[in-house]
Design a protein around this ligand. Sequence first.
Ligand code: ATP
Ligand code: MG
Length: 565
Amino acid sequence: MASVEDILLKFALKNAHDYGKAQPTAVVGKMLAEMPEAKGKMKEVMQKANEIVTKVNAMKKPELEAALKHYSFEEKKKEERTVKLPNAEQGAVVTRFPPEPSGYPHIGHAKAAWLDYEAARAYGGRMLLRFDDTNPEKESQEYVDAIKEGLAWLGIKWDAETYTSDSMPVLYNYAEQLIDSGDAYICTCPQDEMRQKRGLGEGCECRDRKHSESTHMWRQMVEGNGKHEQGVLRFHGEMDAANTVMRDPVLFRIIEKRHYRQGLQYRLWPLYDFEAPIMDSLEGVTHAMRTKEYELRDELYYSILDVLGLRKPMLIEFSRLAIKNAPISKRLITPLIAEGKVQGWDDPRLPTLAALRRRGILPEAIKKFVLSFGMGKAESEPSMEALLVENKRLLDPTAMRYYFVALPVKLEVKGAPAREAKLKRHPADEKAGFRTMNARGTFFIAGADAANLKQGETFRLKGLYNVKLEGKAAGGLTGTYAGEEPLPEKKLQWVNDKALKAIVLVPRDLLRESGEYDEKSLLVEQGLVEPDGVQIKPGEVVQFERYGFCKLDDKASLQFIFTNP
Ligand code: ATP
Ligand code: MG
């Protein structure tokens, strides 16, 4: 990334070369077009421009020309800045993606991570990956690995990787500091009582507990020597605050469970509201991005940093990605897996990255799709189609073509010459060559096509010849050879009797409009692929003509997953 000075110098040299003398305002204008975020510090920019222009105007012509050679001015396509940040300084931006390793990443996480990554890149800054792993009940190494794998697959490169649970001693220190300053206290009220009082805007007796007593109780809870109470640490906020988040939120609670990374070292675990601002601040994050539903929590985020005297990152909120009839949340996906309604995190109906990948959705399509919403807060609920359209654009130029007939119906054609059909592997790519298929009178066509044929109708077996339909019976169709010309409107894909049995899993919307699970969401379609289908490699996406793009999921059973129409 070029610096402000560098860009000013480049345009000053050019301006001086073209007009004899450089003009500071002209130079600054050009510079801002290339680096709009510099508008945030105009005074500094103008001052630098004046200095640089003076220097350049003093140069002799050969010197000027020599310096100019270092720069190129051809109308280079300006890299589109998808993400603009307020108060961003070139080279000094730090963002972070902070997933909780409590499930596999989904396309919503892809949106957040891409925004974090693009924001950092746009300003020549850094992006951190931080696992917010302070709930031993929900987290595991499997999920950490899945998140890293998902991000890497998307093409996101993080500059550092940290784990909030590694900072527990630091977080404990800050908690004790809060207790000391009277900004937090131990509360032992039962949960419903706490909730009820919070609703009423009333404090409880624990609120008046002496700092020294809270400190003592806190230490016992940390040690877990059996003498501790089942309390929580609460922030001393305002019990009648209009923003209910500020009504003495819980900061720490006891969870006695083995943590996947820290083992049994800790029993008091911080909540998101406590650890997020502290970690962001300590890790040098300048722009902390999160989804809009956190907006009410901004006040708490800043209050905690205020009372601890820590540097405040800038919070930026963007809209949460939602897709029609898809569960874009671990909270919704986890029970579907637990109840066996889907077959795991990579079930092709899920919006997880593992599922989308397995299904043949390309990472570039996901990037394009999620970034198309930008940093805005506007809510929208696109359907899967929008993503599929993007994906198709990428697949179409390269996917090899094959004939596949779903729910095959036999077709016997009489009087036809034996022939070898020569079919293009790709309609637009000559170099891809041809595949061949023998035609000796016995064919299979798709069940849907067969159902639509009328007796006496003439149609073409694509790439072969015309057939006139004579009879329809339970055992199949019969027809007669009807020559080569003219080309009838109806052209059908076909396979011969050497075709291979295949199945296609067709994922459809997992949820109904009502949000309920749709048990008919996975269609399993039987069919036949032309013999040349043995060439398809595991993981390859091909186009079954007039059927759709499919990815070979399991070579042994010739199982495909329907990728895209
Ligand atoms: P989930 O409901 O899936 O558990 P979460 O927000 O609890 O979502 P985290 O692991 O805490 O999941 O999320 C990490 C980051 O990803 C957060 O900054 C969060 O705002 C963002 N994120 C999660 N879901 C979405 C979504 N649907 N759209 C955009 N960003 C999301
Ligand atoms: Mg969460």
